[in-house]
Structures are given as C-alpha cells and as structure tokens.
Design a protein around this ligand. Structure first.
Ligand code: SER
Length: 589
C-alpha cells in the first residue's frame, strides 16, 4: 500500500532523477501578493519565475507545497474536497515542454518501479480550443503515442482544461488532466472524465503555461514555455489505496478515531458523516493556518480562520461533542506532521491557546444564536440581511455558517444583502477572499516594487530601534501601502515610531544601491541575512543587499537604488495577536 509519505518520497525522487531540484515548501501566506489571502497551488509562489525571472535552483523544479483553497471550504463534506491539502508539483521554467512532461507523468504513474498503476485505468482530457487559444492536438498525439487509446482521450472546453491565472492576470495555459477509472459503473451515457459521479478521479494536472493573461483579458505568449503540474497528495493516495474518499486513508485515521471517541460514537451514521469530515478538514487547516502566526480575527486571513474554527465547533455540537475539542485534535495533527513541518511544533502553544480562546468566545454565544436563528426562521421563513447581520454582530456567526444553517433547514438566507449591510458598517468589506481580484505576484508595478524595498528598510529599522531579535511574521503589499507584521509584545511609543521613520528615511536620502546576490542558503545565513519562516527556502537562494544597511533573503523584485523611494511614513501601528504587532506605511512622493 502506498502511504502519503511514500507517495511524496517517490515523487520527489523520480523528478530529482530527471534533473529537477527540490525547492522549499513555501508559507501558506503569499509574500508580497496583496491580491490573494493564501497559497492555493504549487505554482503560486513561482509566478515571477514563470514570467521569466531566473530561479536560483535552475529551470527544473519539484516540491511538495501546502495549499489552502477558500473556494473549496463549502465543498468540504463530500468525498474528495479538502480546504487544506498538500500538492506535489514539478515545473519546467522554459526548459522541457509537452513531450517530456507527458512522458514522465506516464512513466511515474505506470512504471513498476514507481506507482505501477495499470495503464488501462488511465483516462485523459485535453483542451478543446476556443476562439483565442488553439485546440491541443499535440498533447493528444503524445498520449496516443504512449499507448492511450483515442477513445480514452477527451477534448474538453476552457472551464475544464485551462488553468490560471491566479487572480486576473499572469501565467496560464491549457492543461491535460489524468484520471483514474475506479471501475465503477458509469452514471449514464454521458459519463466521462470530469464527471463528478465518482467513476473517474482526477489525479494529476499538467498545465502548459505559455500564455500571460493581460489586464484587458487578452492572452499573449510568455517569453518562455513553462510546465506546471499539480498532483493532490490526499486524493491520489485515496485512489491508489482503492478508497472511495480521502477520509478513509491512513492520513486521517488517528483524527477520526479521536473524534469518534470525543463524540462517543461507535459507527458514524449517514447524518454524522458531513460533520466528521468538516471537523477533520477544518481542524487540520486551522492548525496549519495558526502555525503561520495567523490568529482568528474579523478580516482577511484571520476571518477565514475564524470561519473554519467556528464551523468546526458547530459541527462538533451536531455530533454531540460538548467540550472544547479542537486543541485536542490539533495536538494529533502537530504530532503527525511535525517531522515535515517543524514550525507546527514550535508554534504549538500559540495554536492550542488560540483554539481554546476562540472556542470560549464562540461557545458563549453559539446556543443563543442558534435559538435566535430558529425563532427568526419560524417567524419569517427566511433570514434577511438585517437578521444575518445581527447573527454576525451579536452572536459571532460568520455569514457562511448562517448560510449553511439556511441550507440545512431549507430557509433562504440573503447573503448578498448581508454583504451590503456589512459594507454600510465597515465602509470597505475585506472579508471575502473570492472578492480579492487583482494582479498578485504578477504585479511588478513600480509602486509595489518600491514598497517592497521599503519593507526591507523597515524590517532592519525595527531591529535597530526595538531589538535585534525582531523577525518578520507576515508581509503584504498593495500599490498603495505596505503592511508588515513582526514579533513584539507591546505598543510602540511615539518616539520609537518617529525613530523608525527617520532611520528608513535617512537610508532613502543616502541613495543606497540595491543588489541581488545568488548563493546557497548556508552561505546566505553565514553572511548574516535576514530570513523569514522555518523550512521556507531551497538550497539556492537570492539575497538582496541595501548598501551595508540591510541583507535579506528574498526573491525580489526591488528598485535599484533607495533614492527612488520617496518619503516613508508610518500610518498605523497595532497589535494583531499575542506578541505580534503590525505596521502599515506608505511612500509619499
Ligand atoms: N496549477 C495547477 C493546479 O493547481 C497545476 O499545478 O492544478
């Protein structure tokens, strides 16, 4: 039986033998990408390199990447969707293209030495083409040459076989997807790979990223033809083990055992399945998000975290778990994964404390909120925008929980009206990840580049003014402002803020050169470079120096000289969780 650990090991080994370098599993929180809350695919941190920036590890890369997809939270409960998952990926940055990519996928899947899947089980989809992008007959030809019969190769439209970009602009392209036939009866005469009935399960997606989607929705050819492939670890393991759901794999066994124990149930009933799956998924996702230093809040990543923690707590009640249980489950998750993800262990106290605190906060209002929901539902047979807002504001119900309650009870919930109501109260609603559009890592606008360099200056200035142990806990840059989180446990004084501004501005006045050095991680550390998260870097890194003021491992891009920056001004300083402060700052021209 192939376990998830074994699959990861085999995948990395296979592609290393094909000349790929292993790159680090990046943080779940995108760096310098204001347009996305989470890393949602292995290619996400690689956008600058897919666009043509040289990568320090070369042109053939492979890794395991942790991902979180807000768009899939509502789907959790079915057989295969997970909000947090691990993705295996291999990339060609302008090196090999369709031929090798498909041949290697076929070899890895079917060779006795590797996964040894019976090739008769494989079904393939390719891009059918549209008015802007041609039909992918080349991929179909390569599959046929490998021995896949043409009746097992399906041409599907853009909705199915075109991937990217992340956000609205950036690298994207047609893909070929590989499906595994479970051997079940087809659901009807139209059943084909891509049909959600469960006969065919997708195991791998090879994207041929040769296009860049521009601001006006056109597709221009990139400087280089890239390959980006993605294989979901949990679902592939389920398929290889002949399981009908990801939850039946060994990955989740200890968690499910503990949940049954906490709920005091022998066999999970049909009515309980969804709740158990939600708890499994959300507890694992919450543990990984907390390990990044994110705390439950009402905006951005913290809001998504709050939503999944509260969702899990409600589902816990539904299956009869009365006491606080998420911290108990988080310890199992930390135990399972800390070999690969040591930052789980080093953040254990924070994870456990935040889960307990959030339970306390929500548990205080949950029962009363549910009563209120039932009363309104009985009286009006719907939840209008004001009721939904009341449930949010007075009882701490994220709108998604109210929506789910509505679905369970067959009651309409005015979700759009809620958002309008919310905006009236908040002016700018920042709670929905899906509403965040923009350019992301593909955005190399001069404003973001300048603010990125200013972030390095701020990082160093904080160390000089506060203490040398300051480290970055998060960074987010839009075209308008930078936002920087760091470890410090009290409010900064007016004097400290002024000193920080002055140090940054004096480095700007000095017009210091900004230089990039490509080197090994060991060398970079020896040089005294600032680094960010545990486990984040590959063996090869780039280091940016700003005069002799700052030295930081970073993938760029940056301005050439600090003289280009304008005047640095801090606009806000606040605490965001225990021991973490946040500064927002701008550059005035
Ligand atoms: N980016 C593609 C995906 O996420 C392939 O890696 O499916």
């Amino acid at each position: 039986m192939i376990s998830s650990d074994k699959l990861k090991k085999l995948y990395l080994e296979f592609f290393q033998r094909k000349g790929h370098k292993i790159i680090a599993n990046a943080s779940l929180i995108p760096e310098n990408d204001p347009t996305a809350l989470f890393i949602s695919a292995g290619m996400h941190p690689l956008v600058p390199y897919l666009l043509g920036q040289p990568h320090t590890s070369g042109k053939k890369l492979v890794n395991v990447q942790k991902c979180f997809r807000t768009t899939d939270i509502d789907e959790v409960g079915d057989s295969f969707h997970l909000s947090f998952f691990e993705m295996l990926g291999n990339w060609s940055l302008g090196e090999y293209f369709k031929e090798k990519s498909i041949q290697w996928s076929y070899e890895f899947l079917t060779s006795k030495k590797w996964l040894n899947i019976d090739e008769k089980r494989l079904y393939i989809t390719v891009f059918a083409g549209d008015e802007k992008i041609p039909r992918d007959t080349e991929s179909a030809r390569i599959w046929k040459e490998l021995g896949i019969p043409k009746e097992k190769i399906f041409y599907l439209p853009k909705e199915d076989n075109f991937w990217g970009p992340i956000g609205s602009i950036g690298p994207c392209g047609p893909d070929t997807e590989i499906f595994y036939d479970t051997g079940k009866e087809p659901c009807g005469s139209e059943c084909h790979p891509g049909c959600p009935c469960g006969k065919f399960n997708e195991i791998w997606n090879n994207v041929f990223m040769e296009y860049n989607r521009t601001q006006d929705g056109e597709y221009e050819l990139l400087k280089q033809k890239n390959v980006d492939t993605g294989m979901g670890v949990e679902r592939t393991v389920a398929v290889l083990q002949g399981k009908d759901t990801v939850y039946e794999t060994e990955i989740f066994t200890p968690l499910i055992k503990r949940i049954k124990n906490l709920a005091d149930i022998e066999t999970i009933s049909k009515e309980q399945i969804k709740s158990v799956r939600v708890i499994v998924d959300h507890s694992r996702a919450a543990t990984f998000l907390l390990a990044e230093g994110i705390a439950p809040r009402n905006v951005e990543q913290g809001y998504v975290l709050r939503r999944i923690i509260r969702g899990a707590i409600r589902h816990g009640k539904l299956i009869g778990i009365e006491e606080e249980f998420l911290s108990v489950l988080s310890l199992i998750i930390i135990e399972t994964y800390s070999g690969e993800y040591p930052h789980l262990k080093s953040n254990e106290d924070f994870i456990v404390t935040e889960l307990k605190n959030e339970y306390k906060k929500f548990n205080n209002t949950l029962a009363r909120g549910l009563n209120r929901f039932n009363r309104i539902a009985r009286k009006k047979n719907k939840i209008d925008s004001k009721d939904a807002f009341l449930l949010y504001q007075s009882f701490g119900f994220p709108i998604e929980i109210t929506k789910e309650l509505g679905l369970e009870n067959g009651i309409f919930v005015d979700v759009d009206g809620f958002h309008e109501e919310f905006q009236k109260h908040q002016k700018v609603s920042r709670i929905s990840a899906e509403k965040k559009f923009g350019s992301g890592l593909a955005d190399h606008s001069i404003e973001t580049v300048k603010l990125h360099t200013a972030t390095h200056l701020l990082n160093e200035a904080l160390r000089r003014v506060l203490r040398k142990e300051i480290i970055q806990k998060g960074s987010n840059i839009t075209q308008e402002r930078l936002r920087f989180d760091f470890n410090f446990d009290r409010k900064l004084t007016e004097q400290e803020l002024q000193d920080i501004e002055e140090i940054v501005n004096s480095q700007i006045r000095k017009a210091l050169p900004v230089k990039r050095i490509d080197t090994t991680l060991d060398e970079a550390v020896k040089m005294g470079s600032q680094a960010v998260f545990d486990q984040k870097y590959g063996e090869q890194v780039s280091v940016y120096t700003i005069g002799d003021f700052s030295l930081e491992i970073c993938s760029g891009p940056h301005v050439n000289n600090t003289g280009e920056l304008g005047r640095f001004r801090i606009i806000k300083e606040e605490g965001i969780s225990a021991g973490v402060r946040r500064i927002r700052a701008v550059l005035d021209s």
